[in-house]
Design a protein around this ligand. Structure first.
Ligand code: 26A
Length: 346
């Protein structure tokens, strides 16, 4: 076991089980869901999970950053990735742990006695997916868990931190503890914006973490939601990418790099320099034939995983982006955020 040396990449977020089935406009309407979105479940959504199960739903290990952790490990030598989050005491938790173990990802879950493992209802209509998450145990992550000596020593041994923005609804103190550790020791801190509702409804939490981010990931709708909630008055992706890169930064030894994916359109990257200028670059995606696409859920998580693997191995920004594009192209040819087995090499 590599525990004594620790794990160079540490990912933190919400471990979830995805309950995924095909739906239609009527099902979306019944639960007030948009065809392509990610939201937190409210009382009126609680029937969705049973309804999906009655439609022959697939149970797929998910949770955005847990997908990223498995993705990064897929492209790395053994024992490089640690994932932290909170689960319940149930068979779904066992399934999540087993999936991580099979992927070579080490887990340090906080186990909540009262709440069940969180779940994400995924309604597939065509190439769209609507996600509705009941966090349950995932909402019970506590900073005290992270600060336990045996866990904190793993935190100190990590070199790169990747936090899913969805965790901003759960435990900001834990995110900030990782962020401070990274900034104090000039290690790398990465954050994904995760969904439009994060910049929209968790703006203050997000703004408290943004100054620590060395790499900020989002897609085009999240970028526009960030722009709107910060009253930037623009929907232009290049301009928003530039402004994201220019936001104030805690660790001035590293420039901020903002990475905006846009589905099949090129990925836009903004690289800030010390004098405030931003260099913008575009990177084409790796195209997958329409017939070969199985499920695009988690394409962004896979992209981030491949990218993290590149950065961890000291690859250039360009190469790391291409590793992300490669892993995303593999993931969308599988169900859920999964990767081809036997392993394919980049
Ligand atoms: C707090 N919320 C809403 C969430 C999520 C989430 N992961 C963490 N927190 N809502 C959806 N997901 C995950 O996103 C993946 C696809 O990108 C789903 O579990 C799915 O695996």
């Amino acid at each position: 076991m590599a525990a004594s040396q620790g794990y160079p990449l540490l990912c933190l977020e919400n471990p979830l089980l995805d309950i995924q089935a095909r739906g239609d406009a009527a099902l979306l309407e019944k639960y007030g869901l948009k065809d392509n979105d990610a939201i937190l479940a409210e009382d009126q959504h609680m029937g969705l999970y049973e309804e999906l199960l009655s439609r022959d739903a697939k149970l797929i290990p998910g949770g955005a950053a847990q997908n990223t952790a498995r993705g990064a490990q897929y492209m790395l030598p053994d024992n490089q990735v640690l994932y932290i989050g909170c689960v319940g005491k149930d068979k779904y938790a066992d399934l999540l742990k087993k999936t991580c173990e099979e992927a070579g990802v080490h887990t340090e879950y906080r186990i909540d006695d009262a709440q069940p493992t969180g779940k994400c209802g995924v309604v597939i209509t065509g190439h769209n997916r609507s996600m509705c998450t009941h966090l349950a145990a995932a909402n019970e992550y506590k900073i005290e868990h992270l600060k336990q000596p045996q866990i904190w020593s793993l935190v100190e041994k990590a070199q790169v931190y990747y936090v899913g923005g969805y965790h901003l609804t759960v435990c900001v103190p834990a995110i900030l503890a990782l962020a401070e550790e990274a900034a104090a020791k000039n290690k790398v801190f990465m954050l994904s914006l995760s969904a439009p509702f994060i910049p929209q409804f968790f703006k203050d939490q997000l703004d408290s973490v943004m100054p620590y981010t060395d790499y900020t990931f989002c897609n085009e709708t999240e970028a526009r939601a960030f722009s709107a909630s910060h009253e930037w008055g623009t929907e232009d992706i290049s301009e928003i990418t530039k402004k994201l890169a220019q936001l104030p930064k805690k660790n001035t030894q590293r420039p901020r790099i903002a990475i905006v994916t846009q589905g099949t359109l090129p990925t836009v990257v903004g690289i800030a320099s010390a004098n405030g200028d931003v260099q913008l670059k575009e990177f084409p995606i790796r195209e997958v034939a329409k017939e070969a696409i199985e499920d695009t859920t988690g394409a962004g998580d896979a992209f981030a995983g491949g990218f993290c693997a590149g950065i961890l191995q000291g690859k250039s920004l360009e190469d790391s982006i291409d590793m992300g594009q490669w892993l995303a192209s593999k993931s969308i040819q599988e169900l859920g955020t999964s990767f081809p087995l036997p392993k394919q090499t980049y």
